[in-house]
Design a binder for this molecule. Structure first.
Ligand SMILES: NC(=O)c1ccc[n+]([C@@H]2O[C@H](COP(=O)([O-])OP(=O)(O)OC[C@H]3O[C@@H](n4cnc5c(N)ncnc54)[C@H](O)[C@@H]3O)[C@@H](O)[C@H]2O)c1
Length: 250
């Protein structure tokens, strides 16, 4: 019961790391608002959890939807203690091959979404006496990889924004940290497998990024998010926590 009775919003929780996080939070006693741009997936994850979960549609790039979800959370569970800014996606492309509309859409979700959710969540956390925000950065917040220009830029921004938010809100007893996953086996890569010439080689290449020569599982990241949401991490703020099977050790 590491997060007993904490009220948690997880974005992009219809699949992958977000869904695993919602489940782990509930197993450890939290009340979880499972949100996703895909309402059916959010509701399905929430119903799998049971009465301590609420499934809601949320596109993190839309301020009005974010405001509404925060207010429904407080109306349903009484407060807001933890925000997990997990929603995000990646696209292939260099700055030359990335279309402007794809760049804008990615930034709107992966970077602006973090700003919008925090903007509406923080006043409620202040009312609850404090809270914890966990942002999904990436190993590519600190090392470049080829053919992912927009995504690399957005995750660099998430790591920097995490530090800025941690400083701005420490006085309100709000901790802000980021988690940097390496390659995690989730639906994140589905669109990429469809676009590359040789999906089998592409996957082998992803596995080889870890010295352990395998991808991580969503629950590997969910467990770190759980730690950062809980009071076990009460002295941690403004930091990035890497779980990458050793990718950035080399
Ligand atoms: N999988 C990896 O290897 C990896 C590595 C580093 C960082 N990350 C980050 O972790 C986070 C979760 O990734 P994942 O692997 O679980 O991906 P995923 O594709 O399995 O799940 C992402 C979820 O986000 C939702 N989503 C997409 N756009 C949204 C929007 N505008 N508003 C709300 N929800 C939206 C999708 O519907 C999906 O359910 C992302 O921020 C991703 O960038 C993933």
């Amino acid at each position: 019961m590491r997060v007993k009775n904490k009220v948690v919003i997880v974005t992009g929780a219809g699949a992958g790391i977000g869904a695993a996080t919602a489940v782990r939070m509930a197993e450890e006693g939290a009340k979880v608002v499972v949100t996703d741009i895909d309402e059916k997936m959010a509701i399905s994850v929430a119903s799998g959890i049971g009465e301590n979960a609420l499934g809601l549609k949320l596109d993190v790039s839309k301020a009005s939807e974010v405001e509404e979800v925060v207010s429904q959370t407080v109306a349903h569970f009484g407060s807001l203690d933890v925000l997990v800014n997990n929603a995000g996606f990646g696209i292939l492309g260099t700055v030359v091959t990335t279309e402007e509309e794809d760049w804008d859409r990615l930034m709107d979700v992966d970077l602006k979404g973090v700003y919008l959710c925090a903007k509406y969540a923080i006043p409620e956390m202040i009312r609850s006496g404090g809270g914890s925000i966990v942002n999904l950065a990436s190993t590519i917040s600190v090392v470049g990889i080829p053919d992912r220009a927009a995504y690399v830029a957005s995750k660099g921004g998430v790591a920097a924004l995490t530090r800025a938010m941690a400083l701005d809100h420490a006085n309100s007893n709000i901790r802000v940290n980021s988690v940097a996953p390496g390659v995690i086996d989730s639906s994140y890569y589905e669109e990429m497998y469809k676009k590359v010439d040789d999906p089998v080689a592409f996957r082998k290449n992803l596995e080889a990024r870890s010295p352990l020569n395998k991808m991580g599982e969503p629950v590997d990241i969910a467990n770190m998010i759980l730690f950062l949401a809980s009071d076990e991490s009460k002295f941690a703020t403004g930091a990035m926590f890497t779980i990458d099977g050793g990718f950035t050790a080399g």
